[in-house]
Design a protein around this ligand. Structure first.
Ligand code: AHG
Ligand code: MN
Ligand code: MN
Length: 332
């Protein structure tokens, strides 16, 4: 029996998992594994800093704004630094684009991959001890390794991601990722300092009873289909759940079944969530788990980005629910 076909038992460490899966990527085995290890390592450091958030003076605003005009918090910046450093030291990523920086960083090495990252997602929840996350996308660079990186290397469709995932710093810390062959969830075992496989081949239920939207924005939604869909959910006995940390909202719906909705509003005419740093990775995860991710008319993963910080409406989750919402949106 091939090594990669052996059933992977719950409890296997991330490192062993990566080794046993290397056979599936003969053309990229070592480099790719190193990237995943870099992410795991940086996430452990960030996890430690998050857990100290109430104890040391790393909470609160740093007094700057990022490109989208959000207040940056110290942990946003710290997480950005930790992940950037892990990738630049690991040597497999040629560069990185982060939600926290205006443009990309070229590590000036021979790496074949580039990374897009939201180093800390849900940062308004840090001060109040609520779950937050990290979201990442990995692409093969378009230009030749060893040459200067260009925007072209980062402005790739989500369908070109070679891997994507998130870390959820929740009641436990989890690393969930896909390389295009299903979704695997690892839980951080703090006493061992290791991620262990806890959720092999995660599947998003085709149906569900949870809707997640910041409903306060509903009056500012130009499309009345959103309101109609929510009325229908209410009649059908749904429950509303909205954390305000995208990773946590998606993770819950992925496991329990549900729909996450961030529409275009008068305030956010193209939606609020970022295609490159948030939506692409989560869309790949959800699709790999059997769910669906759309912007209203298009598959998220088919959008050709024009701007590094481009935003998009985001409708994602259980297939049946997303389809129902889309038909409401199209109804006049
Ligand atoms: P970030 O903290 O990376 O800026 O992301 C915040 C995002 C996302 O996590 C969440 O789903 C959304 O903002 C919540 O927005 P509203 O406050 O408008 O509901
Ligand atoms: Mn975010
Ligand atoms: Mn962020």
């Amino acid at each position: 029996m091939e090594r990669s076909r052996i059933a992977l038992p719950i409890g296997i460490t991330l490192d062993r998992f990566i080794k046993s899966k290397q056979d599936e990527y003969p053309q990229a085995a070592g480099e790719f594994s190193q990237l995943l290890r870099d992410i795991a390592l940086a996430s452990k450091v960030v996890n430690r800093e998050i857990n100290k958030a109430g104890l040391v003076d790393i909470m609160g605003y740093i007094g700057q704004q990022n490109k989208a005009g959000d207040e940056q918090q110290k942990l946003d910046v710290l997480a950005h630094i930790r992940f950037s450093r892990a990738f630049s030291k690991g040597g497999e990523a040629a560069g990185i684009i982060s939600e926290e920086t205006k443009s990309f960083t070229d590590f000036k090495n021979k790496g074949k991959y580039v990374v897009a990252i939201d180093p800390l997602d849900g940062s308004s929840n840090i001060d109040v001890n609520v779950s937050i996350g990290t979201i990442f996308s990995i692409y093969k660079r378009k230009t030749r390794p060893g040459t200067k990186l260009t925007q072209k290397d980062f402005l790739q469709k989500g369908s070109e991601q070679v891997a994507a995932g998130y870390i959820l710093y929740g009641s436990s810390t989890m690393l969930v990722f896909t390389t295009g062959k299903g979704v695997f969830g690892f839980t951080y075992e703090t006493t061992l300092g290791e991620y262990v496989l806890s959720h092999p081949q995660m599947r998003c239920p085709a149906n569900g009873k949870i809707y997640s939207i910041n409903e306060a924005g509903l009056p500012q939604c130009p499309n009345p289909g959103i309101g109609r869909y929510l009325d229908k959910c209410k009649k059908d006995g749904f429950t509303a759940r909205y954390i305000g940390s995208l990773v946590a909202d998606i993770h819950r719906n992925l496991i329990k079944g549900g729909i996450f909705i961030y529409p275009a509003t008068d305030r956010y005419r193209d939606g609020k969530l970022r295609l490159l740093f948030e939506c692409n990775a989560l869309a790949m995860i959800v699709e790999q788990a059997g769910g669906m991710a759309r912007n209203g008319s298009k598959r998220i993963l088919d959008i050709a980005p024009k701007d590094l910080h481009q935003t998009t409406p985001f409708f994602v989750g259980s297939k049946r629910l997303v389809k129902e919402l889309l038909s409401e949106l199209q109804r006049k």
